[in-house]
Design a protein around this ligand. Sequence first.
Ligand SMILES: [Fe+2]
Ligand SMILES: [Fe+2]
Length: 208
Amino acid sequence: MSESMLCTVEDIRGFLRRTLSERRFFHCEGVASSMRALFEQFGYPETSLLSYHGMDVSDVVGLMHDAAREYSDSELLRFASAHSLALAPEMVAVPVLSHGVVAHGLALELIGSDIPLPWLDAMDWHTTGNVKMGYIGMALFIADFIEPGRTFLDDAKRREYLGHDDMNQTASAILDDMIAHWKSKGIVPSESSSVLQKFFHDGGRIIL
Ligand SMILES: [Fe+2]
Ligand SMILES: [Fe+2]
């Protein structure tokens, strides 16, 4: 890895412009702006988690979450092994699910080794969702699904998802629709997604 440290949000954007397709880069921009809007609507994380060396949580987490989404399965597994990143069994079985953990590894290497842990947890679990993803992770999970570039959603559906008082209800509605969609395609949901769905249905809440 020969990239120099990414010390500003513009550095992160420059890195992603060089390493991702244009389509993916704009998706990451959309996720960052959607996370910001979710925090404005539902409430911000605690002050200590809002920024890192002057960089905003929505920018760093939103932009970086798919930094490794265009890696091949073997590149993901090699990076995780080389950087001693622990992968859940479901990620080893389906390596594309590990791209959030590898993005976390890239963030540690390129941005800083003391990035707030909840930011890393958020990146780890953004694809499947997980009861351990935390409040920032819940915002990332939602933003990844509803950002403006997601053309499978129309504005009415976005408003429906966002028309709740609690961000947990939005995440639960999205997860229900994701799981129903996967099942209609014959795809078995990951364990993390299934456990999270049951957690929400049983009244569980991920809090600030
Ligand atoms: Fe992703
Ligand atoms: Fe994404």
